[in-house]
Design a protein around this ligand. Sequence first.
Ligand SMILES: Cc1cc2nc3c(=O)[nH]c(=O)nc-3n(C[C@H](O)[C@H](O)[C@H](O)COP(=O)(O)OP(=O)(O)OC[C@H]3O[C@@H](n4cnc5c(N)ncnc54)[C@H](O)[C@@H]3O)c2cc1C
Length: 486
Amino acid sequence: MPDPLQTMEKTVPDVNILSEFRAILGSKGYSDENDVISPWLTDWRGRFTGSSPALLSPANTQEVAAVIKLAGKHRISLVPQGGNSGMVAGATPDNSGQQLILSLRRMNSITAIDADDGLVTCDAGVILQNLHEAAAKVGRRFPLTLGGKGSATIGGLISTNAGGTQVLRHGTMRMLVAGLEAVLPDGSIYDAMAPLKKDNRGYDLKQLLIGAEGTIGVVTKAVLHTVPALLDRCVVWAGIDSPSQAYELLLFMQRHGRERLEGFEILPDRALNTVTTHIAGTRAPLETQHRWHALMEFVQDDAAQSSPRELAMHLLEQAMSANLLGNAAIASSDAQAEAFWKIRDSIAEAERAAGPALQHDISVPVAAMARFIEVESPPIEAAYPGTKTLAFGHLGDGNIHFHVKAPDGVDIVNWYAHDGKAITSHVYDRVRAYGGSLSAEHGIGQAKIAEFERLAEPARLAALRAIKNAFDPLGIMNPGKLVPLA
Ligand SMILES: Cc1cc2nc3c(=O)[nH]c(=O)nc-3n(C[C@H](O)[C@H](O)[C@H](O)COP(=O)(O)OP(=O)(O)OC[C@H]3O[C@@H](n4cnc5c(N)ncnc54)[C@H](O)[C@@H]3O)c2cc1C
């Protein structure tokens, strides 16, 4: 049977069709002006730019449903977009001029926060940082954070199943969604907002929508779990020799940290230098020189627990005598703790300022990650002179951002097309050899779709296509992302 997604003709929206969208959304929710649309046509990394004749910004679920129904009627493709902070160009339209951006940013209300059951109900367009602030006001905390928190939206975080720096203790977005509402590609509204702990009515569509990158529906609302606000925290910066030593340190801290280790990130000295060079107001936390660094956060969310500072000091002393680290600094104030985290959170931005690089958001089994970094980095730098590998991130989750900076002064378009492509394929081949994933937390989008298709197991691809075809037989929801055509 031919793949319906491949055979379905799409329409270029003409002025008559566009005026039908305008009639649904009104002047606040519709724009075909270039200067309004153009900031949303390029992905955060600046690698993909598309075009779109209009930006659709519905105000509520009913408007989303009406827009999707109309798009289906005219065979118009829609590209759902939240904060456009995604790393794989999943929210960027293609160049055909046929795709309309469907922005959820106007739907940004937090409608309920219940400090007793810990649940928060909000629209898909709520920005993560605003959710953090709202939760803090009622003594709660939404335990997912990442560098893009000032622009990433709840709908985008759900649709990419985002991770971040607290996965070690609280899991990815998938673990934090208690309920959601979405509009499916036929315009029907799927209401799974009841926060049921148990629900065995077969396939869990809610889970299918999490991480679906807008390919089988548009998330419009969510109910999310929060945890009690922290009573105290202690952030530690440690100088170490190698990823292997970092892994030993991680195991030690997990074993003795009484489940109060909330974050464990690593970065090479090269990443620290990139940040201190390009990001104003940052400086190295330690005066001593180290090849690698680990950033740890210990927390206290229960009055019966000892202070996290006490716990951290005790553990650091022991770790130091066991030769698991070279030196360490404990943040002495909240401002200093934030300064340590700012270094970690600014790596992507600093690297963008430092010049072009290939980004690989990869995972392998946690126990294998240090070996991966140590064994796989040198051959790349040797085979491609001038390149510099930069592996940083969530060691505790077996998830590293394995980046390869292009040599200075190369013709970058040409480099991406040849050496860059070969390096990326090589990295993903090696990841597969370790039993890992070519996308740990950023998704597939359009940036990874070709490599995903090359390396995915046939059964995985077939299931993905079957699901896509079942939900979106017209192929109007974010085509060209996540699901490779057959
Ligand atoms: C500095 C920086 C650091 C980052 N660090 C991390 C990190 O540590 N971990 C991590 O996981 N990510 C990280 N990210 C990536 C990014 O923040 C996440 O992918 C985030 O989930 C994207 O949210 P968004 O609202 O910007 O989504 P967008 O970029 O707008 O969209 C992302 C995808 O979701 C789809 N989508 C968006 N909204 C909806 C919706 N309502 N319904 C259906 N589909 C939708 C889009 O079509 C697209 O496919 C980082 C980004 C930046 C800029």
